[in-house]
Ligand binder design. Structure first.
Ligand code: F6R
Length: 603
């Protein structure tokens, strides 16, 4: 979703900002803009669409020493040049970029800015004028007026503000939306994601909600709401700029699909001690073991990962597991068990829907764990415990390696809890050994690219719709497979419990509708095959993805054998490749599907 990059104290600020915004492109955006100033001249450039459009508008004369830039994913107001950030106050003095959503922007406009006309429809334009009006009407300094505006604003935000008359200072503040300060020699940077400025620095300072930071070339001053100065140590980002390079791959998604066997092995390395036991915080293992129900709360692909790990967790830990959609759970919390334990699955660690549930469970005093790929992310900071996925940055909007890493992480956690509780199943389940078998199986599946590409060409190249079906764990993979297919190829795909098709949805089956059946469950395979026959006799083209021991000669994709509780980790690989090739063959942008954002920071 929206991205922010800013810098003060270095020449050619515009180039640094453009480079940073390009690194955030993967998060999804529909317009971009930047403001730079070199004390003599100011440049404000905005454009709809890709950052290269913005780049083309910059002339060679621009040489800023301070600047702020933004990529916008429209929430209030359509994607357009006028709604793109930075927004300028009507007196022309202030420029502001903003990530997040101001919930009371209409009231603010009404209460404080009733006489003003606005050029766009964004909440951000209201905020920049609100600060300007406090400065004008109450003769306040930029910082005090900004502080005052923050005190009346409700919602989520990461703001970066520049007063053109103070071209040596960027004021920043955040609430719920991420923002970091990067420290340099003689310059400082700001970014909504450390990845954006790794070419400038690896040293970062976190900002907490409701703090205001004054950033100049020589230093930063962090103040809390009362104006008290806060000292905070910097930390070194454990990321390498090369982690975010595509290398020889045409798209990040393909690279990330290929990385999955390595991620399985990396997780094993990270969480296994010298004796081969699980190395996870003992307090965390105790708290999960003491719970009477685990609630997995997540969205999208992470939600699907929760389902894929449910029976594994239940079998190995002997604790019932519920999987819940964050955006529903937060507003319709069911009757909870007496000793619930909450697991937030979130690749980005920033998803607003999940965060609002965490805020509530924290308020209720329940223990929580965030499983995320991003160290220091909001949900990681706010949950009691964190387990990192160590999958390396996932740049493609469509999540692949984070999905499999989440399931593998839950398998490792399940083993630790099962062993701690002495559960019978945990004695025969060695997560590390099983994950090494999974890694090898994944390798053989990612090697099937050409074959899968030809299958897609044959069955899916022109279809408007498709179905994935399965039962039990295969149904959960079917849901993820369908999500992947629809989000990047725009094929209307649905994942269905195979037995449910005949209760209504089978009406949609027409001549040549592709129906892909996933068959890895010993006790369900025959039934799913029966359901495939039912659609075949109504004209569907069926494609079978089956595990070795259940496969028939005519099946199109055969999966190597892995532990029955971990089959999703392997079955999902061909479906990721199917989505990839369906997108590629239609000529769409694999890594940046329309309307989607990588990190969804609005509810
Ligand atoms: C789809 C995808 C999304 C995310 C969802 C939650 O490929 O990536 O469905 O899974 O937006 O995001 P996180 O995991 O960051 O909470």
């Amino acid at each position: 979703m929206c991205g922010i990059v800013g810098i003060v104290g270095k020449t050619h600020a515009e180039q640094i900002i453009i480079n940073g915004l390009q690194r955030l492109e993967y998060r999804g955006y529909d317009s971009a803009g930047l403001f730079v100033s070199d004390e003599k001249q100011e440049h404000l450039v905005k454009s709809q669409g890709r950052i290269k459009n913005l780049q083309e508008k910059l002339t060679n004369e621009v040489n800023g020493t301070i600047g702020i830039g933004h990529t916008r994913w429209a929430t209030h107001g359509k994607p357009s040049e006028e709604n793109a950030h930075p927004h300028t106050s009507q007196n022309g003095q202030l420029v502001l970029v903003h990530n997040g959503v101001i919930e009371n922007f209409a009231e603010l406009a009404n209460d404080y800015l009733a006489e003003e006309n606005f050029y766009g429809q964004t909440d951000t334009e209201i905020v920049v004028n609100l600060i300007a009006s406090f400065m004008e009407k109450e003769s306040l300094s930029t910082k005090t007026a900004f502080q005052k505006a923050l005190s009346v604003i409700h919602g989520s935000y990461a703001f970066a503000l520049v007063n053109k008359e103070e071209p040596e200072t960027i004021y920043v503040a955040k609430n719920k939306s991420p923002l970091l300060i990067g420290l340099g020699e003689g310059f400082n940077v700001i970014a909504s994601d450390a990845l954006a400025v790794l070419d400038q620095t690896h040293e970062f300072v976190e900002i907490a909600d409701n703090e205001l930071v004054t950033v100049t070339a020589d230093g930063i001053v962090i103040e809390d709401q009362k104006g008290e100065i806060i000292q905070r140590d910097a930390y070194q980002a454990q990321l390498d700029a090369s982690d975010i390079e595509k290398g020889t791959y045409p798209f990040y998604m393909l690279k990330e699909i290929d990385e999955q066997p390595t991620v399985m092995r990396k997780l094993t390395q990270e969480y296994r001690d010298d004796q081969g036991k699980v190395n996870i915080d003992k307090d965390l293992v105790e708290e999960v073991s003491a719970s009477d129900r685990i609630y997995i709360v997540a969205c999208g692909t992470s939600y699907n990962a929760g389902w894929a790990a449910k029976s594994l967790l239940e079998t190995v830990t002997q604790i019932p597991v519920e999987v819940q959609l964050s955006s529903e759970f937060g507003y319709n919390m069911p009757l909870l068990s007496e000793r619930p334990f909450f697991i937030f699955l979130t690749q980005s660690g920033e998803t607003a829907d999940s965060r609002q549930v965490l805020v509530q469970t924290n308020r209720l005093g329940f223990p929580s764990l965030t499983i995320t790929n991003v160290a220091g992310s909001t949900l990681s900071r706010e949950a009691k415990y964190t387990l990192l996925l160590h999958a390396g940055p996932e740049i493609a909007v469509a999540s692949t390696k984070a999905y499999t890493a989440q399931i593998a992480m839950l398998a490792i956690l399940a083993q630790a809890v099962g062993k701690n509780k002495n559960s019978k199943a945990s004695t025969s389940f060695d997560a590390f050994h099983e994950l090494s078998i999974v890694a090898t199986a994944m390798e053989s599946m990612v090697d099937e690219k050409d074959y899968i590409s030809s299958l897609v060409e044959h069955y899916l190249s022109t279809t408007r719709n498709a179905f994935y079906i399965g039962r039990g764990n295969d149904y959960y993979v079917a849901s993820e497979a369908a999500l992947k297919l629809k989000e990047i190829s725009y094929v209307q795909a649905e994942g269905f419990a195979a037995g449910e098709l005949k209760h209504g949805t089978i009406a949609l089956i027409e001549e040549a509708t592709p129906v892909l059946g996933i068959i890895t469950g010993q006790n369900t395979g025959a039934h799913t095959r029966g359901n495939l026959k039912e659609v075949e006799s109504r004209g569907a083209n069926t494609i079978v993805i089956a595990s070795e021991e259940l496969a028939r000669q005519e099946d199109q994709i055969i999966l190597p054998t892995v532990h029955p509780l971990l089959t999703s980790l392997v079955a999902v690989i061909p479906t990721q490749l199917i989505a990839y090739y369906a997108c590629l063959q239609r000529g769409y942008d694999v890594d940046k599907p329309r309307n989607l954002a990588k990190s969804v920071t609005v509810e």
